[in-house]
Design a protein around this ligand. Sequence first.
Ligand code: TRH
Length: 369
Amino acid sequence: MSSQHWDIFCRVVDNFGDLGVCWRLARQLTVEHGKRVRLWLDNPAPLSLIAPQRDETVEIRPWPTKMPEVADIVIEAFACELPQLYLKAMTFAKIAPCWLNLEYLSAEDWIEGCHGLASPHPHLPLVKYFFFPGFTPTSGGLLRETDIFMRQHSRAGFLAALGIADQPDALLLSLFCYENAPIAALLAAWEKASSLRPILCPILCLVPPGQPCNALYAHLGKPSARGWQVGNVHLLPIPFLSQEAYDTLLFVSDFNFARGEDSFVRAQWAGKPFVWQAYPQAENAQHAKLAAFAEQYRPHPLLLNFWRFWNGAEYDEDALRNFWPWLCGNHAALDDLTIHAQDWCAYLSSQEDMATRLIRFCSEKQRRN
Ligand code: TRH
């Protein structure tokens, strides 16, 4: 029997998240579920950054310029709108494919009501279904590979591969954020916390290129070969990593700053405390997303206050001042946050992963047609 054929369409917007999600999904469908997958990209260039050593399991295609053969399942990622040519080909197909719009991740309640809804095309005899990833058993779930918790990660080995000397007593942080993050206030908080007695533990903070480094340049100028030093905090620019290496960074760090969608999810699989910067949206719509996620994750109040500060929502300045002394000043705080992160990760991983839910959803729709 020939394997089921999936087409995933993705427009690479301004960042890596949309591509990052589609790439992971395409890989998992081929490697774990034996599907034949074509990933259609309007701009394939960034793929060589997140997957520099990719094999040929997933077929990478540029946006089609002539009528292609239609797949059994068609995923329109993040409302990217299928190419007109492909839409036309779908109307001529002997059996209409199962067509889904893979939506953005949100913890908001309303997604549960919209997950799986059908949207008939206004003119063509086609139906599209909305598929919403999420954190609950009744949503579309989260991407999670079966071997995710079996991978071995070594902090010393990871740092050595990047040519970084480990400081075993230092708290290891990764800082992936948007350029508009309140970096000046974070640096001031670190400076202040470092002047306290007893001296807090040192922090080694690894900073990916692009927006996170740009945000630091704006306040600290160009780094020396040793990066920047702000009080007890050593900030070190690192190269852009493959997605696999980036996942390892999240696992070996003690505390991660993640953003958008994909790094946000990966930070949760790492089972480490994290700060999330939601993708900035018009009229601060990201604040509702943050609140909805906090409602489910239930972070420690000091961590929640930090999340709010980091996302430009209202926060308590006194609580913010206490955050770093509290986190770095005693092991119990970090341990508590880590246990909470691990419990959350265990709760999520007790649920079915997104690829499995997606496959089941599509088989049910196909059976009914
Ligand atoms: O890049 P992002 O800001 O993506 C965003 C969001 O997904 C948002 O929802 C979307 O609308 C917008 O893009 C256009 O953040 P995100 O989602 O965390 O994606 C980053 C990807 O980059 C993720 O797959 C991890 C990967 N990555 C690497 O592979 N190597 C690296 O060194 C780093 C820092 C990231």
